[in-house]
Design a protein around this ligand. Structure first.
Ligand code: UD1
Ligand code: MG
Length: 452
């Protein structure tokens, strides 16, 4: 028992996104906003996590279940009547619970676990009924403002209800709070007589004060941590903040980035020292790159591992495992299930899918290799194709080590080529070829008299 539970608010449609997707499912650096919040909350191991769903609840629920989140409770807020109304929907779950309740808006993706924990600790230490997380922000427009009296938290006023004087306040409400049990009592007193005609959770502050309870604040230094996302513009701004932080982290870890404004590096990318990232590179989620690699120009990499010393030029790589000193591109397409072992070379306009290419092998020009297993030191000539699909099923091509494949060869799979075999250029290979043999499968050349 940690003596606190978390409630995440995610029922709103996010009207300002102008989207059919619920706002909290919009992705920041490849990960839905809600998932960012949830990942921070999960780390703290609260007694329970409750998510309030409403607009397109199933889209969110299905995503979370698919992502293997267990032990999360869902409650439904049929009509989204405001943040206080959303929290009210969880009362039944907590009716016999004595611990604190941390309430987090689902649209505050950069909140850190440690900051959430500091709220819980502060609430306990100060014996407060609520601790609000705030930050000073240069442009506070849109946020609820923290109104203090004699330096102490008095109430929170929403942008739409704020006076000109209130609007000058730069300390804002993060939408993250830690409450004790008096939360439930204060919720009963909330009214919707405000500009939005909604039940605001922020009104609990003034109510608790009126009830003689202690209210407290924790101010976070880094304002980006509490950035709420309400529009695509704010999503992009936060993406920029996140990317700048990631770029700095990588530079400080010995990675060279030639143009920070022209690379996209996912928050979870792992990149080794002395790797050089050129402008135009897009490193999406699930990528790790070893030391001393070069990634150049308009390359896209997703869910792949690239080992040290490899060079990627203008290429697309997804779901691949690439070992040391491999050279790819320019203009290669390396698809799911591909394993390229040490020193492999994949050249221009070659596509590799679901294939293992062993050490030192070369596929240098204009090839399609799919569902294949290629031994070491194999040379695949220009324009070679594995014909792996008959319109219904896929079949494998196996090529033994040290085989030499001439240019423009078709392998009609399933087919197996023995080690050290030689396949003549232009052959269409339909039968297995034994080791150390030469196979030629093409029409004989004829020389004829020219008519005109
Ligand atoms: C809220 C706060 C504001 C704070 C800001 C921080 C209120 C009244 N205002 O404003 O003080 O500065 O967050 O980002 O709380 N939601 C529901 N059900 C509802 C309404 C909202 O679950 O009926 C959820 C939304 O899905 C969202 C979160 O609550 O995840 C916050 O709602 P949003 O509309 O973004 O509130 P803000 O206007 O940003
Ligand atoms: Mg918001």
């Amino acid at each position: 028992m940690n003596n606190f539970s978390a409630v995440i608010l995610a029922a709103g449609p996010g009207t300002r996104m102008l989207s059919s997707l619920p706002k909290v499912m919009h992705k920041l650096s490849g990960k839905p906003l809600l998932r960012w919040v949830l990942d921070s909350v999960v780390k703290l191991k609260p007694d329970s996590i409750v998510i309030v769903l409403g607009y397109k609840a199933n889209v969110i629920k299905d995503y979370l279940l698919e992502s293997n989140f267990k032990n999360i409770k869902f409650v439904y807020q049929e009509k989204q009547l405001g943040t206080a109304h959303a929290v009210m929907q969880t009362e039944e779950i907590f009716k016999n619970y004595d611990g604190s309740i941390v309430v987090v808006n689902g649209d505050v993706p950069l909140i850190k676990s440690s900051t959430l924990m500091s709220l819980v600790k502060n609430n306990k230490k100060n014996e407060a009924s609520v601790t609000v997380l705030s930050a000073k922000i240069d442009n506070p427009f849109g946020y609820g403002r923290i109104v203090r009296e004699n330096g102490f938290l008095e109430r929170i006023v929403e942008e739409k209800d704020a006076t000109i004087l209130d609007k000058r306040i730069k300390e804002v409400n993060s939408g993250i709070y830690c409450f004790d049990k008096s939360l439930w009592k204060s919720l009963l007193e909330i009214k919707s007589n405000n500009a939005k005609k909604e039940y605001y959770i922020t009104d609990t502050i003034a109510i608790l004060k009126r009830l003689g309870k202690k209210v407290s604040l924790v101010m976070v230094k880094d304002e980006s941590e509490i950035k709420g996302i309400n529009s695509r513009e704010e999503l992009l701004q936060t993406e920029d903040v996140l990317r700048a932080k990631k770029v700095n982290e990588l530079l400080n870890a010995g990675v060279t980035i030639l143009d920070a404004k022209n690379v996209y590096v996912s928050y979870d990318a792992k990149i080794g020292r002395e790797t050089v990232i050129y402008p135009g590179v897009f490193i999406d989620v699930g990528v790790s790159i070893g030391e001393g690699c070069v990634i150049k120009g308009a390359s896209y990499i997703l869910n792949s591992r690239i080992n040290k010393g490899s060079v990627i030029l203008y290429s697309y790589i997804e779901g691949a495992s690439i070992e040391a000193n491999v050279k790819i591109g320019p203009f290669a397409n390396i698809r799911y299930g591909t394993v390229l072992k040490e020193n492999v070379k994949i050249g221009n306009f070659s596509e590799i899918k679901n294939s293992v290419i062993a050490k030192n092998s070369k596929i240098n020009h204009l090839s399609y290799i799919g569902d294949a297993q290629i031994g070491k030191n194999v040379n695949i000539g220009a324009g070679t194709i594995t014909c792996n699909y008959d319109g219904v099923n896929k079949y494998r091509t196996i090529i033994g080590e040290n085989a030499f494949i001439g240019s423009n060869v078709n392998f009609v799979a399933p087919v197996e080529i023995g080690r050290e075999a030689l396949i003549a250029a232009g052959s269409t290979i339909t039968c297995d070829v034994p080791s150390k043999k030469l196979a030629i499968a093409r029409a004989k050349q004829e020389i004829k008299r020219k008519r005109f």
